[in-house]
Design a protein around this ligand. Sequence first.
Ligand code: DQA
Length: 138
Amino acid sequence: MKKILVLNGPNLNLLGVREKSIYGEQSFEDYFKSLKDRFASIDLTYFQSNSEGAIIDKLHQVGFDFDGIVLNAGAYTHTSVAIADAIAGITTPVVEVHISNVHQRESFRHHSYLSKNCKGVILGFGLDSYRLGIESFI
Ligand code: DQA
């Protein structure tokens, strides 16, 4: 059974509450249940943290063992050399995802420190970006 981690960074615990016009009405917990049903043949796990260090620790923890990581690092995408280095340092491939099309938004969201070290990038499809990220591993 393939092992895939969905890893969410800061403020993504507020999905369904936060800036609904950009991020939608559904909580991630609800959406993740639908992913679990859809991908019943995959060992799919979910982790969210608002802190950079915890995200890095999680990448280290699963990054030599899992088959894929679907990562939405939230705002750390645009700031974190440390998360970029963690992705480079592990062997599990990482797909970067974003709910919104960051290229239609403020210019500070146009640059990602992470993309260079990721297998690919999926953005702008709403929560469906996560499904597409998982499908890229199967
Ligand atoms: C985001 C885009 C980021 O710019 C933002 O800071 C987020 C969410 C997205 O999924 O669209 O927190 O990663």
